[in-house]
Design a protein around this ligand. Structure first.
Ligand code: C5P
Length: 232
């Protein structure tokens, strides 16, 4: 999937209040390719809240990271798919049957598999009792996703570099954990916007670097021109 620099940038709207979320989208809508809402927004505003974001005519990335037994996931997902978000996420470690149960009922929505959260790294896997590197773990999950029929997956850009050539050309690589400077937060497998795009990411999910910026549009324009200057 080849998008223009602006269209590759999805802002993670990690806000609780609908009013604050709408005001923020109103402010940045000309400089992003899409908007992502997740658990924080959804647990307060639900389906109706997501519906009210449709008026901005931006692709909606519904990041609810579904993970349960196949029957529960597909029955729950029907309620979400009626909304026709452009993207919906589910954890790949829910297993191939769970992924298939979702892919089988999807309509227009693209199903995106979440691999290893970018807030986790090799040390966390060790604590889970798994003797595997995050790179190999993500590769294994990518196989589950591919065989399950997902349209794309979420991972850090470090893994995209290795996976890009193993997946079909239109496979969507979504990368969170994007940092503009050496910010210290909960993300562990991070990259800059340019690094991620160079590694082959199709969509960059950027949250706090935009939402906490004193001038979000200036921050976005800086990212866009950096990508454009480098031919992306
Ligand atoms: O603020 P920041 O840019 O770190 O936000 C990243 C966003 O991407 C958050 O909304 C987070 O839930 C989401 N995400 C992630 N790691 C994943 C999948 C989604 O950080 N593997």
């Amino acid at each position: 999937m080849k998008l223009s620099s602006k269209n590759k940038i999805f802002c993670a709207l990690d806000f609780t209040e609908l009013k604050q979320t709408c005001e923020f989208v109103e402010r940045i809508k000309e400089n992003v390719g899409g908007i992502k809402v997740g658990l924080e927004f959804f647990f307060k505003n639900g389906i109706k809240g997501v519906e009210s974001l449709k008026k901005y005519n931006l692709p909606i990335f519904l990041d609810l990271k579904l993970n349960d037994i196949p029957n529960t996931v597909s029955r729950a997902a029907r309620n979400l798919l009626e909304l026709e978000p452009e993207y919906l996420t589910a954890h790949l470690n829910g297993g191939i049957d769970m992924i298939r149960s979702l892919v089988d009922i999807k309509l227009k929505t693209k199903i995106i598999g979440v691999s290893l959260l970018t807030s986790l790294n090799d040390n966390d896997l060790k604590k889970f009792g798994l003797k595997i590197s995050s790179k190999s773990y993500v590769e294994k999950l990518s196989k589950i996703g591919y065989e399950g029929g997902v349209d794309g997956m979420v991972s850090s850009s470090i893994e995209v570099k290795d996976l890009k050539n193993k997946m079909p050309k239109d496979f969507i690589f979504v990368t969170p954990g994007i940092q503009l400077s050496d910010t210290n937060n909960d993300q562990k497998r991070t990259s800059s916007p340019l690094e991620a795009i160079k590694n082959g990411s199709s969509i960059l999910i950027i949250g706090r670097a935009i939402t906490n910026s004193s001038n979000p549009n200036q921050t976005l324009k800086k990212i866009i021109s950096q990508l454009e200057e480098n031919g992306n």
